[in-house]
Design a binder for this molecule. Sequence first.
Ligand code: 1CP
Length: 363
Amino acid sequence: MSANDLPRAGQQPNPNPTAADAVKDSAFLRACRREPVPHTPAWFMRQAGRSLPEYLKVREGIPMLDSCMRPDLVTEITLQPVRRHNVDAAIYFSDIVVPLKAIGIDLDIKPGVGPVVERPIRSRADLERLRDLTPEDVSYVSEAIGMLTGELGSTPLIGFAGAPFTLASYLVEGGPSRNHEHTKALMYGDPQLWADLLDRLSDITAAFLKVQIEAGASAVQLFDSWVGALSPADYRRSVMPASSKVFEAVSGYGVPRIHFGVGTGELLGLLGEAGADVVGVDWRVPLDEAARRVGPGKALQGNLDPAVLFSTRDAVEAKTDEVLAAANGLEGHIFNLGHGVLPTTDPDALTRLVEYVHTRTAR
Ligand code: 1CP
């Protein structure tokens, strides 16, 4: 027993560890805190939803955004991959545009397309339509998380939100975009309006994450999926202040903060600097190199190419071994894909992958 294991003065040893203690001591949260783990924890971005037949069944006839507002459905869908794959964390079932819908933005999620905004936000007058988010706007989120934490037992729940840049991209473009041309036009052409837009979005995002943490989420992930479209200089000048504000706003809760983007090889150091405890890495940069770019004091999450899961079992295992070898010696590693599970992935390949990671890394 080390000095750290001894109860401090006035503190009694806990004879009955509760579910909350078990969550705190889970492999996932231990890895986020860069503590020793019994095995490398694994979960998958977009593990709920589209790849699971049981998901498609419960969603039948229910529009995506409606399903996000129904605590019974959210609870069921969030639990499905936990039951099936034995992942080390659940991720709250929702979408990054849910808080925008909740404050009255006229958007919808179109099947096969993604979020579509009726009237894009491109002027100062448009910005006025983005009001603050209150907990009452998303009471179904608190309700669902209350139900979920009861059901999850010792499995931690990750809350999430879209980062200001990625949300701005949907709002300014009016929908999914390859080149983000309207977004960049605004960013370069009217820096003050851009800064005000991102600042407004950072407040909405922070409020949304606070609701999830206060309801019981034990970690949060900020998805800046499309930020890889920017150079480091533009990121630092035009985006980082808003993302940092979000991380700062939730720093007092002591829950790990994960920061993820795609195509961010040149931005990895800045993603950490923005205030994350864990940096998510896509498959383009090996984790040992990512650790050098991020620097000490952060855990890393990643980074198997999601397309590898379409290959043979031997190939999946060989590519997984490469990820685990590159992760060997990191301060903390959470196994994940380099981006979300692709819709036509064989769910059994995911189940096997979790088991493989657990077996290969059992200590
Ligand atoms: O595990 C899970 O699947 C959890 C649920 C989840 C998450 C984490 C959904 C459900 N969306 C998200 C996050 C999200 N949404 C991100 C960040 C993660 C990532 O990079 O993949 C982004 C960029 C979105 C935006 C979005 N919503 C898209 C992408 C469009 C584009 O620009 O290419 C799409 C297709 C959606 C719709 C959506 N979100 C989620 C589901 C299950 C669906 C499909 C719904 C349907 O059509 O019925």
